[in-house]
Design a protein around this ligand. Structure first.
Ligand code: HEM
Length: 448
């Protein structure tokens, strides 16, 4: 049965199954396809989720639209006003079901008062005095990366080095510990994270029971391995603001130790690959737009003595923002309607999945002039509300935003000042993994 919509409203797809199923059309509000029909999953699997979402949004003239993931309707948001409404919360909550293996009982899966309490607990580590120790760590690690790369003359794949760079920054700053990279920071960590992330992405698309049957053993092994690393961090990590907050909360019995382990795993995941990916794409842009790098190179010699001074690296900040417009490391926010509600043209029933896809919003010709063009100067003024959201917007905005916006400009300026980059195998390809990964990414560099 169709839900009622007002005069201009479009009724949302009904709950009943029809047979034979009509071919689902993007934006259609027709009857739901049969469970055996893949619906829009077929083009998504063929062309990739993000490109399919982007293409359909343009076809829909920048309006929100409906797709069918098999028998399940998803509302895809393409209008900034709808995006803002969803991320503000209220009638919408995050769809956290599929991220259990990644974040457990951590902050990233909480809502309401438990989320407020937990966010408050960690806030001091990411602002003011709490953030200050990050600056010298980042400066040292940038110098170390430049030193390691200086002798390189052959083309190489930089992703692993960049990931290790962000891993070292994060573990030194948040956990006060230099983890043995061979054992923890390199391949094993990536394999474990990739297993858990694949599980999460699959569960976003397919019925969880189907996905769990196939991958249960690998997921459990990856979780066990990661948990052992997090236990070690909890035990042996230094007296940082972040670990201090966690240990204090466990001592006060605010939550059990297992939740503290969930939080360490969550922050490892949320704060490491995201920043590394953003840096990879920023370097690719340095190579692709060598003729535009001069204002960034000019900022390489500035020495900062406190985190806020990063705002003076105006051109490098614009470079970071424009890179994350085209390649938002976390390109999709998955929410669901907590109750029946009106969103733009649609009247959506409780439980409806709603996808806010920054990759789409960032590339819509309705919202951006020449959206496919790399043009950092467009950030000389603030983007319109709801059009740029690599860190999300609203109450769940990335807690590590300030840290990321310190790591990225310092690394970009430092590397741009030290090297000229080339892409001997062409631009990297977009590959949606745990974050928006640059695949087939090779660089060659010459010292300046
Ligand atoms: C360029 C780097 C980064 C990007 C693009 C990024 C992006 C995001 C996005 C889009 C979200 C919202 C996820 C959602 O609910 O759909 C988020 C949340 C979060 N991020 Fe980041 N992030 C970055 C770096 C970091 C770092 C360095 C940390 C910490 C060390 C961090 C910690 C978090 C946490 C804890 C949340 C959950 C916030 C909450 O639910 O209240 N992120 N991030």
């Amino acid at each position: 049965m169709y839900l009622r919509a007002d005069a201009e409203g479009v009724p949302f797809p009904p709950k009943r199954t029809f047979w034979p199923p009509p071919r689902p059309r993007v934006g259609s509000s027709g009857p739901r396809p049969h469970v055996r029909d893949l619906g829009h999953l077929r083009p998504i699997l063929r062309d990739g989720m993000l490109e399919s979402y982007r293409k359909w949004a343009i076809e829909q003239d920048g309006k929100d639209y409906v797709i069918w993931a098999g028998p399940t309707p998803h509302l895809v948001v393409a209008e900034p006003s709808s995006a803002l409404q969803v991320v503000q919360g209220g009638a919408f909550v995050r769809n956290v079901g599929p991220t259990e293996a990644l974040f457990g009982k951590g902050l990233l899966r909480l809502e309401g008062k438990p989320w407020v309490d937990r966010r408050t607990l960690f806030a001091d580590a990411f602002r003011g005095k709490g953030l200050a120790p990050a600056l010298p760590i980042i400066q040292e690690e940038v110098a170390r990366l430049i030193h390691d790369w200086s002798p390189r003359r052959e083309a190489f794949k930089p992703n692993r080095d960049l990931s290790s760079f962000m891993f070292r920054v994060l573990s030194r700053f948040l956990f006060g510990i230099e983890l043995d990279e061979q054992r923890y920071g390199g391949q094993p960590l990536h394999r474990a994270l990739a297993t858990l992330a694949t599980q999460s992405v699959l569960e976003h698309l397919f019925p969880p029971t189907l996905v769990r049957l196939r991958t249960q053993r690998q997921v459990e092994e990856a979780r066990r391995w990661l948990d052992a690393v997090c236990e070690m961090i909890y035990e042996k990590g230094g007296n940082t603001v972040f670990l201090g907050a966690l240990r204090g909360a466990v001592a006060r019995q605010q939550f059990p130790r297992s939740t503290a382990i969930d939080e360490i795993r969550s922050f490892l995941i949320a704060g490491h690959e995201t920043s590394a990916t953003a840096l990879s794409w920023s370097i690719a842009q340095l190579a692709l737009h060598d003729d535009q790098t001069e204002p960034v190179v000019a900022e390489a010699s500035r020495t900062l003595s406190q985190p806020d001074e990063v705002n003076g690296l105006v051109n490098t900040l614009r470079w970071s923002k424009e890179t994350m417009r085209l390649y938002p490391p976390v390109p999709l926010h998955v929410a669901q309607a907590a109750k029946r509600t009106r969103l733009g043209r649609f009247e959506v029933p409780a439980g409806t999945r709603v996808d806010v896809c920054s990759y789409v919003l960032h590339r819509l010709p309705q919202l951006w002039h020449e959206p496919e063009k790399f043009a950092p100067e467009r950030f000389s003024s603030s983007p319109a509300p709801g059009t740029w959201m690599p860190f999300l917007l609203g109450p769940h905005t990335c807690l590590g935003l300030k840290l990321a916006m310190l790591e990225l400009p310092l690394a970009i300026a430092g590397l741009a000042g030290a090297f000229r980059f080339r892409l001997p195998k062409g631009p990297p390809k977009v590959n949606l993994r745990l974050s928006l990964h640059p695949a087939d990414f090779w660089i060659a560099l010459t010292p300046r």
